[in-house]
Structures are given as structure tokens and as C-alpha cells.
Design a protein around this ligand. Structure first.
Ligand code: WT7
Length: 700
């Protein structure tokens, strides 16, 4: 056992419900009612027995056959596969023998099959249903929406694919995408995969430094971006940041061409931030290429995309997903978790720059031939009714959002929901962080009117698609429980101390998954070793999620939050080490410890404890200015979403005799539990603790 993961005790203070014995199933209000206008019978119904029968036919000895059938039924293959799966999660013995993991990927699905993801998401639907809306684009300004049909999508994707080819992009090359939430962002993704290029999308809220690091790590020769973004009535200087990132790459800059979408028609960008020879306008380039581009035949295991995510060290991990397996997971979860039927209009409110956007704005809905939504604005622009106006205007049937958004809207009051016709909605989803029962109940009552299915979906960048979730029509829910494993997923609660799976109900430990599923990540870009060490070494024979979890007396799974040094702010994942590295780049900072504390709105908030170098003198009255500077430092290095909510400048940090910072103490103090510190005998200088307590208590 290499794991030293502590039991997830600290998460109790996040307001996440403990599974109180005797908690009841909420049958009364949250039922996917037969009376509701479901176009057809739900895909799985009428109860948990139907789910259990289907689930048991999809796991264990049936797993490969089940996935193979789904793959043939739902995806269009150029060449059918004869091998369903190779490899599995390494056992303790295998981990020992194979000291440096082989550079070949340990797991493959539909190994010798070939297909093209763009063909599956666009062409086949454009042929069958050219005039069907593929994308509802709800622009930042209300009233500026557009409907993009599958035929239009095929045309635009083909043109951009031809432009990329003209820039020298070939099968296997990487292309970085740094784009705001316009419908053309979807085009950019699909144009890459049409010609076999691997896209690496960087969330447009990331800083120039973060973009630089991600471009350098995957060595993209092309960057796709926009002049500006629009969000909440304001412009974001996308191209200026992109230029800065490329400048900061210095001599190592691999980018030869920049394709620039004119989103706002910014004159400043056109004038001062356009490098002739390197930069090309999207509309100009597209006007000069053929309107059709043939698709590249890809192996099921060829890379589809890289997406960077935070781990427990400062360096983000480039998670690699491959073609066949990922696409199947995305498609099936849209179909079953959201009970999607023909004619539905699916809306996921995430950003395409995060995994939720990849899977549930782009690949899942489009592979299924559903209408998807690209929502450019915020839940509160121009008013807190924006989501509900959008739902009623377009007649959306599924609505997938985050606990943070629900908590914010709940706080602003249900009067903003009241006067909108939300009768088209059938399924409401939540993702990214644990949802507290208050938020869940509000979502159910005020948005769902007690008639929609609420699906609290648990998954990760690495899992590719949803792995634990209720299924509308079959699983009765409990506010705060992610409930049951999806088809083909064998979830286990493992005892972190013994490393053994905990059998039966009423148990708590860490969440692991036994046996591979098709949409699991294949590696960390350029670092197979780190991939194996992070996910497979802690619990041999299992994939380790990094989350604490419990199974209650009904056998339902509750997610308790991360048990590693990852902080989750509004569903955005970051490592404490990343924020610490950003702070250490400030010339006055000597040492820093970053922790997450419970936050009413954002789930968790970033708190930083900082000591300054002795030679960095500052007048205590100017401390607020210094704190501001440190917050700005993090915004600049990582991006605005990582900005600490609190920065405490202190004279020293609590350490063990060997010099390790004792974060547990800082976490307790920052959460207002400074009187429950317990045993301080491991701390070298207990006086330091008192000084910090005083500092936190006095802070505004
Ligand atoms: C982490 C993954 C893929 C979803 C978007 C975030 C947390 C995700 C839930 C949920 C409780 C959740 C976990 C997970 N998380 N969904 N329904 N209930 N926690 O993707 O950035 O890869 O983060 O988000 O802690 O490990 P991500």
C-alpha cells in the first residue's frame, strides 16, 4: 500500500450531508412522472430493478460483449473491430515487475476498428437530417441567438478543416484552441478531429502564462482563437492574451499560424494585435477553401484530444482521450443519464474549455444527433432570469448546470424563475461538486416544479463521461447522492488504510473503479509514468478517483469531495501546489500554504497563508495593498477563477520538526475551528499557531 490518503474527515465542514441513517428516498416530489410529457417511455424504467438487471448485464463477465454491442449499434465505423478490449488495471504484482510502465498505452478499446469522430458527430446526421438544428447558439446579448443546422455545421467544419490542412496540419498533430463560447468553438474542435488532429482546448479564462505552458507542453503549430469574447455584457481581450502567451514562449514558440475568429469585430485587435503572415482571419481563410473536406480514417485508439487538468503537483496534467471509447461513453451517457429522445433540445451550461463542455456540449449530444446549446452568457446577465428565459425561448428539454450556479440563483430568489414557462424541461442535471440538499431542493421545486428528474452526475476529466448518476425513470433520488454506477462501471468504496474494498452498505472510504470502461483517459501527455502512478498505483487493480465516498443503507453512493490536495472552486479544479507556485513568483514571498475552505456559494474557496522574505519590508498599514497584489499575482499567473478569497500574511507557518507545513491546522483555523485543533505535539513551534489564530480572528 503506497497510499497515505487520510480519511475524508475535513469534508464534513463543507456542508456536505453525511448519509444520516434512516434517510428516506424522495419519492414524493422527485419522480420522473409518467404523467409528464415524455415523448416515449424512458430508456430505463420503471424502477431500480430495471436498472439493476441492465447494469448487471453490462459488467463483470458481460462487460466486453455489452460495450461491443453498444459500439456497433451507436457509432458508425469505417472498419469494424475484432478486438473489443485489451489490457486492464495493473495488479500489485504487475506494478512491481513493470518498474517503468511501457510507453504503449495499457488499455485499448475497439482496438483494430477505425472511424472518424467528426463523421459520427456531423456527417451522418447532416445526411439523414440536414435541416435539423445541431446547435442553438444563445449569444451574450439576449435576442442575438442563432440556430445552426447539421448541414451548416458540416459546411463550416469542412472549411475550417481545409484551412487547417492548408496550414500544414496532418493526422496526429496537435492544435491549441483558446476560444470564447461561440458556436464556432464547436466548429474548431470538430475541424481538428475531421482531419485527425488532436485538439488541446484551453479555457478562455486562463491567463497568458497558463496558455503558454499548455502550448509548449503539447507543441501545437496552430492556435485557433478569437479577437474578443463577450460575457455578461463585457468584452474579454482574448487575442491580446493569446499574443502575450505566444510572446512568452520566446524562441521556443512552436506556433506558426494563428486562426482568428472575428467575434466582435474589434478594431484594436484588427489594427494592433494582428501579425501579418502568422495571423489569418477565420472568415477570410474559409472563403478561399472548398466547402467539403473528406474525413480522415482514424484508429479507435488514435488520440482525440488533450485536456489539461490539475493534479496534486504544480504541473497540470495533459489528459489524453482517444477516439472510439471516448465517443461511445459521451454518446451513451447523454442518451441514458438525460433520457434523450429524438426531438429533444439538450443544454449544458458549462464552458467548452472544460471537460463538461467537451463531452456534454459537443461530443455526446452531437454524436447522438441531438440539438445542443452553446450558451455564451452568465446566469445573471442581464438579469437572474437569463437561464429561464433561454429555456422557454428555445423549449429546452434537458438542463445541465452546476451547484454553484444553483446556489447563486437560489440566493437571488425564486421570483426570477416564477414567470417563465419551463414546462419543456424533463431532466435537470448537476455536476462539478457535491450539491447540498438546500440547493438540490430548490432546483427540484422551483425549476423542476417537482416534476423533473434531478440527476446529480459524478465524473472527472479522466473518466471522460459520467460514471455515477441516477437514471430518470428508474432511480429514485435523495438530495445530495450521486446514487448508482452507470452501465459498465463497477464502483467500489475502498478502505484507505487497508486498501481493501468495503463490502455491503453503510461504509465510507475512497472511491475507486474496478475494470476499465471505454472512455477512461489513456495517459498523461508525455508522461505515462505519472499516469500509472497517479491513478493505478494507490490501489492496485483499481482506478483511483481521488474522491472520498460513502455507500449508504440503500446502496447509494455519496461523493464527499477530494482527499488529495485539490481544491474545487465552483466546479473548477485546481491544486494547492499550483496556487502556491503562482504566489512564490512574487518577489517578496518567502513561503506559502494554500488550503480550501467551505464556501456557501462556490463550494470551496482558496485561502492562502503567506510569509514574506525578511528583506522585503512593508509597512503594516499597507498590508491590504500587498494582499491585493498577491491576489492579482494568482489571477495573472493562473487566471481569475483561481484568485484567493483570503490571503493571510503571517510571520511563520506551523511546521513539523522535519519542516513540513501542517496544513491540517491551517484548514481548521481558516474554517473557524481553531478551538478544535487536537494534538499539536507534532508542531515544532506551537506558539506560531496562536499567532495565526489571532491573525485569522482579526481579519475582516
Ligand atoms: C472532480 C472532477 C467532470 C465534471 C466537471 C469537473 C468533483 C464532479 C461531482 C458530483 C461531487 C463532484 C469531484 C471530481 N465532482 N462531479 N456530482 N458530486 N463531486 O471535472 O475538473 O475533472 O473535476 O469534481 O471531486 O473528482 P474535473
Amino acid at each position: 500500500m503506497t497510499s497515505n490518503i487520510p480519511p475524508p474527515a475535513r469534508h464534513d465542514s463543507q456542508g456536505i450531508p453525511m448519509h444520516a441513517p434512516g434517510s428516506r428516498l424522495t419519492t414524493a416530489t422527485n419522480k420522473y412522472k409518467d404523467t409528464h410529457p415524455v415523448p416515449e417511455k424512458p430508456h430505463v424504467s420503471p424502477d431500480i430493478e430495471a436498472y439493476k438487471a441492465a447494469h448487471s448485464g453490462s459488467v463483470g463477465p458481460h462487460s466486453d460483449a455489452w460495450w461491443a454491442e453498444q459500439a456497433r449499434e451507436n457509432l458508425t465505423w469505417i472498419k469494424d473491430f475484432t478486438i473489443v478490449r485489451t489490457g486492464g488495471f495493473p495488479s500489485e504484482q504487475e506494478l512491481k515487475e513493470n518498474k517503468s510502465p511501457s510507453p504503449t498505452l495499457p488499455i485499448t478499446w475497439f482496438t483494430d476498428g477505425t472511424l472518424n469522430a467528426c463523421y459520427n458527430c456531423v456527417d451522418r446526421h447532416a445526411f439523414a437530417n440536414p435541416d435539423k438544428t445541431a446547435i442553438i447558439y444563445e449569444a451574450d446579448e439576449p435576442g442575438e441567438h442563432q440556430y445552426i443546422t447539421y448541414a451548416m455545421l458540416l459546411n463550416e467544419v469542412s472549411r475550417v478543416a481545409n484551412v487547417l490542412k492548408g496550414m500544414g496540419i496532418k493526422k496526429g498533430d496537435t492544435v491549441t484552441i483558446y476560444m470564447p463560447m461561440t458556436w464556432q468553438a464547436v466548429v474548431a474542435f470538430l475541424a481538428c478531429v475531421r482531419i485527425g488532429a488532436i485538439h488541446s482546448a484551453v479555457f478562455a479564462g486562463f491567463s497568458a502564462e497558463s496558455l503558454r505552458d499548455r502550448i509548449l507542453d503539447c507543441q501545437s503549430t496552430v492556435l485557433i482563437t478569437a479577437d474578443e469574447g463577450r460575457r455578461g455584457g463585457r468584452s474579454v481581450a482574448t487575442k491580446v492574451i493569446a499574443d502575450q502567451a505566444l510572446k512568452e514562449c520566446g524562441d521556443a514558440n512552436p506556433v506558426k499560424h494563428v486562426l482568428v475568429l472575428s467575434r466582435t469585430g474589434s478594431k484594436t485587435v484588427a489594427g494592433q494585435h494582428f501579425t501579418p503572415g502568422r495571423d489569418v482571419w477565420w472568415h477570410e481563410a474559409c472563403a478561399n477553401v472548398p466547402a467539403y473536406c473528406p474525413v480522415e480514417e482514424m484508429s479507435s485508439e488514435d488520440g482525440l484530444f488533450i485536456l489539461y487538468t490539475s493534479g496534486s503537483t504544480g504541473k497540470p496534467k495533459g489528459i489524453l482521450h482517444t477516439t472510439g471509447g471516448y465517443l461511445l461513453g459521451a454518446l451513451l451517457t447523454v442518451k441514458y443519464v438525460f433520457d434523450v429522445h429524438p426531438g429533444d433540445k439538450f443544454a449544458c451550461m458549462a464552458d467548452v474549455g472544460w471537460i463538461t463542455g467537451h463531452t456534454y456540449i459537443i461530443y455526446g449530444p452531437l454524436a447522438l444527433g441531438t440539438t445542443t446549446t452553446v450558451f455564451e452568457s452568465t446566469p445573471v446577465y442581464p438579469s437572474p432570469s437569463r437561464y429561464w428565459e433561454t429555456v422557454s425561448k428555445h423549449g429546452l428539454t434537458q438542463f445541465y448546470s452546476s451547484p454553484t450556479a444553483v446556489r447563486l440563483l437560489r440566493k437571488l430568489g425564486h421570483q426570477h424563475v416564477q414567470d417563465h414557462d419551463l414546462s419543456s424541461l424533463r431532466v435537470l442535471g448537476s455536476v462539478g461538486e457535491p450539491i447540498n440538499p438546500e440547493a438540490w431542493n430548490w432546483y427540484n421545486e422551483h425549476v423542476g416544479k417537482g416534476e423533473c428528474a434531478i440527476v446529480d452526475t459524478y465524473w472527472q476529466t479522466e473518466t471522460g463521461s459520467i460514471v455515477v448518476t441516477p437514471l430518470p425513470g428508474a432511480i429514485e433520488t435523495k438530495p445530495g447522492a450521486a446514487t448508482v454506477p452507470f452501465f459498465g462501471i463497477e464502483a467500489e468504496i475502498v478502505d484507505p488504510l487497508s486498501g481493501k474494498p468495503l463490502e455491503g452498505n453503510g461504509v465510507e472510504g475512497v472511491l475507486c473503479i474496478k475494470n476499465p470502461w471505454p472512455s477512461i483517459a489513456r495517459t498523461i501527455w508525455g508522461d505515462d509514468k505519472r499516469f500509472v502512478e497517479t491513478y493505478f498505483k494507490p490501489y492496485p487493480g483499481h482506478y483511483f478517483t481521488g474522491d472520498g465516498a460513502a455507500r449508504d443503507e440503500h446502496g447509494y453512493i455519496w461523493i464527499k469531495g477530494r482527499v488529495d490536495d485539490v481544491i474545487n472552486v465552483s466546479g473548477h479544479r485546481m491544486s494547492t501546489a499550483e496556487v502556491e507556485s503562482a504566489l512564490l513568483l512574487h518577489n517578496g514571498v518567502a513561503e506559502t500554504a494554500v488550503i480550501g475552505t467551505a464556501d456557501e456559494l462556490t463550494g470551496q474557496a482558496v485561502n492562502a497563508f503567506v510569509t514574506m522574505k525578511p528583506e522585503f519590508s512593508f509597512d503594516p498599514t499597507s498590508e491590504p495593498a500587498l494582499v491585493k497584489e498577491l491576489v492579482l499575482q494568482v489571477r495573472k499567473i493562473i487566471g481569475p477563477f483561481a484568485a484567493p478569497k483570503k490571503v493571510y500574511i503571517v510571520s511563520d507557518l506551523p511546521k513539523t520538526r522535519s519542516g513540513k507545513i501542517v496544513r491540517r491546522i491551517l484548514r481548521k483555523i481558516a474554517s473557524g475551528e481553531g478551538d478544535q485543533l487536537g494534538d499539536l505535539s507534532t508542531v515544532a513551534e506551537p506558539e506560531v499557531v496562536e499567532v495565526i489564530k489571532k491573525k485569522v480572528a482579526e481579519s475582516p
